[in-house]
Ligand binder design. Structure first.
Ligand code: PEP
Ligand code: MN
Length: 355
């Protein structure tokens, strides 16, 4: 039986009985698997029927209720979401390119890379201050010092910064320094982190990478945790960008198998923008440009590319990291492909999306 999924947001000064009053209005007498509370600011509920205008107004009149959202898939706005980054946006027909090192290694490194990628036409700087590593003996990032270096690189170049957060305890600090929070592939199932990242105090958007063994539906549900975090914190508007970065397969020649098909599938089923990371998928520099070209031809809303001024000496993922020269060539090539996409000349909201 189809159900309606409601998200009811309470304001910061909601009275103590607000949640109980909302649940009473929805016909719930106590604990029930059909509703769930997220802290004191958000209730979600599955109800049999979409509330009509009168019931909606009654819910909105409960003291402390700030907003009621119908989150039923199919009933949410189908218009492509536009998520701003610096002077451009994911999902508006542009092709933001986020580029930079796998890890922040030091001031000279990150400043030189930021300048090189800015000069080659990147729109934002990436770089990990905290790195998820398979081996606990591998370099784990510079932590807070890395964040400060990224902020300095932004001051120097004007590029907005995208960086990963691994621990809910670091979210506030990351959101203070970065323009966009990345939740990595390995944390796509970490629901507490997803929700908390969405709720980051300044309301920075989140770049959510697909788990390398996750279905597209699981990716979209993970994105919903981020969106609920945003609603709970009172951040309006969509603030999630999905990222396809390859799946684990039986084929060993590339590090992962890029699921280019995820791009049109997400466009057909979700308003969220989807970017592609050809670097982690390829695992080897020589394959990165072809995967980037395929992603853009398929309608990707942006790219995430690893670039280093000296890839051979990179502290992580050097094998898949482009030097500035090949990166410049990649940018030239993908911008030429993007110009051929349906709607590119018109530059409308649907530009770049495949039919
Ligand atoms: C990254 O982009 O820095 C990263 C670790 O990628 P992924 O989570 O896709 O492995
Ligand atoms: Mn990497």
């Amino acid at each position: 039986m189809p159900v309606t999924l409601l998200a009811i947001c309470l304001g910061p000064a909601a009275p103590a009985g607000a949640a109980a009053a909302v649940l009473g209005q929805l016909g719930f007498g106590g604990p029930d698997p059909r509703w769930r509370a997220y802290g004191g600011r958000l209730l979600v509920a599955q109800v049999a029927e979409a509330p009509g205008e009168e019931r909606l107004q009654r819910l909105l009149r409960v003291p402390g209720v700030r907003a009621v959202h119908d989150r039923t898939p199919g009933r949410r706005s189908a218009a492509p979401a536009r998520v701003p980054i610096g002077r451009t946006a994911f999902g508006g027909g542009a092709l933001p390119i986020v580029a930079g090192p796998c890890s922040v290694e030091g001031e000279a490194q990150v400043l030189a890379i930021a300048e090189a990628v800015a000069d080659a036409g990147a729109d934002a700087l990436r770089g990990g201050a905290w790195k998820p590593r398979s081996s606990p003996y591998s370099f784990g990032g510079l932590g807070e010092a890395g964040l400060r270096l990224l902020a300095r690189a932004r001051e120097r170049t004007g590029l907005p910064v995208v960086t990963e957060v691994l621990d809910p305890g670091d979210i506030d600090e990351v959101a203070r320094h970065a323009d966009m929070l990345q939740v990595g592939s390995r944390n796509m199932h970490n629901q507490a982190l997803l929700f908390a990242a969405g709720a980051n105090p300044p309301g920075r958007p989140v770049l959510l990478k697909r788990g390398f063994a996750a279905t597209i539906e699981e990716l979209l549900l993970a994105a919903e945790y981020v969106e609920l975090g945003r609603l709970a914190a009172g951040h309006d508007g969509p603030g999630v960008v999905l990222c396809e970065r390859g799946l684990r397969s039986f084929e060993p020649s590339l590090r992962y198998q890029l699921d280019v098909g995820a791009v049109p599938v997400v466009h057909a089923t979700s308003p969220l923008p989807i970017v592609v990371d050809p670097s982690h998928a390829a695992g080897h520099v020589e394959f990165v440009p072809a995967l980037a070209a395929a992603a853009v031809a398929a309608g990707a809303d942006g790219l995430l590319v690893e670039v280093h001024v000296d890839p051979e000496r990179a502290w992580s993922d050097g094998e898949q990291t482009l030097a500035p020269g090949p990166f410049r060539e990649l940018v030239r090539q993908v911008r030429a492909i993007a110009a051929l996409r349906p709607g590119a000349a018109a530059g409308g909201a649907a530009a770049g999306r495949q039919p």
